[in-house]
Design a protein around this ligand. Structure first.
Ligand SMILES: NC(=O)c1ccc[n+]([C@@H]2O[C@H](COP(=O)([O-])OP(=O)(O)OC[C@H]3O[C@@H](n4cnc5c(N)ncnc54)[C@H](O)[C@@H]3O)[C@@H](O)[C@H]2O)c1
Length: 311
């Protein structure tokens, strides 16, 4: 299957993306760049109106043929979806109830052999798919932001997901240029977000306890172990230095790490005060329009590199 063209893996049939926001549109771009026709369902009129320009921007950033934009059609309602959809990827807001309703409607409008995938960040897939009759076709496809630059996709096996659905989904993701990995258990946050938020929990605890300020946390991460994380994962690194060292460190440090089982006071208080981050000008750190642009530019410059897709 490795050399099959993406469009052939879908037997020439279109894909459906539900939600045309940040992630949905970028996922649609990846599929279209690989030659797949995509219909995007986006209920918000203003968001639909900016879709063409947002798509063009990603195609420009990736140096991919603008003509492929024509493969993406943005509509307001699932009922406008073509009758022969091969895969539907849901990228609506992170609400279990909303996603469950979308899956119920997919079950109503999509052909019996279509794959139903969700891009949820942390919600267990089986909660979203509770009303889908044939659970063998349900799978998680957790893309990262921005998906055209951060290529990993966690392909999550949920309750009832068939091995055929896993294999077809993995093949499609690989064929459109992403890097799929298997997640064998449908647990909150899958792999990446569990690791990421375990780190954030300790980061917030350090600031809350007055050990250092938020800027220092970010500096320590970026300039120490963060600098090598893209080259060497944490378990590879443990093997490299020797597991006896990791064991000795864990004996001292694990009893002292934060174990909060609910969002910490610092985070709750910041959100309650409207300090929600760069758009508000204040989050853990203070932001001006200039520092916000500088952060985004730094990210785009580092991650925005082109990648090839086969079509
Ligand atoms: N932003 C990220 O960094 C990121 C990364 C990975 C996964 N995710 C996940 O992807 C999903 C989408 O996130 P996002 O950042 O693109 O959010 P977003 O708010 O940018 O986009 C969501 C879009 O869904 C639309 N929508 C609302 N109700 C809908 C409905 N009933 N049917 C169809 N569309 C509807 C909204 O109008 C909006 O345009 C979430 O589950 C999120 O957790 C986000």
């Amino acid at each position: 299957m490795a050399d099959t063209r993406p469009v052939d893996l879908l037997a020439g049939r279109p894909a459906l993306v539900v939600g045309g926001g940040r992630m949905g549109l970028a996922i649609a771009q990846i599929l279209a760049a690989a030659g797949i026709a995509v219909m995007v369902v986006e209920p918000n009129c203003a968001t639909r109106e900016t879709a063409a320009e947002r798509l063009a921007q990603i195609f420009r950033l990736q140096g991919q043929p603008q003509a492929r934009i024509a493969l993406v059609k943005v509509v307001a309602d699932i009922r406008e979806a073509p009758g022969d959809v091969a895969i539907a990827i849901e990228a609506a807001p992170e609400s279990a109830e909303l996603k469950r309703e979308i899956f119920r409607r997919l079950d109503e409008f999509c052909p019996a052999d279509a794959i139903f995938a969700t891009n949820t960040s942390v919600i267990p897939v089986h909660r979203i798919a509770a009303d889908v009759r044939d659970k063998s076709r349900v799978v998680g496809t957790h893309f990262w932001n921005p998906p055209y630059a951060v290529r990993l996709v966690e392909v999550v096996r949920s309750e009832g997901t068939s091995e055929e659905t896993m294999q077809r989904t993995i093949a499609i993701m690989a064929a459109v240029g992403q890097q799929p990995v298997r997640v064998n258990k449908d647990i909150p946050g899958f792999i990446g977000n569990r690791l990421q938020h375990a780190l954030k929990r300790e980061a917030i605890a350090l600031v809350q306890a007055g050990v250092c300020d938020a800027q220092t946390v970010d500096t320590v991460v970026k300039s120490s172990f963060g600098a090598r994380l893209g080259i060497m994962g944490p378990l590879e690194q443990s093997d490299l230095v020797g597991l006896n060292l990791t064991l000795a460190i864990h004996e001292v440090i694990l009893p002292d790490l934060d174990t909060s089982r609910a969002p910490q006071k610092l985070l709750v208080d910041l959100v309650a005060a409207g300090h929600t981050g760069v758009t508000a000008g204040q989050g853990f750190r203070s932001w001006t329009p200039e520092t916000r642009t500088e952060l985004q530019t730094r990210l785009d410059r580092t991650l925005g590199g082109k990648k090839g897709t086969r079509s």
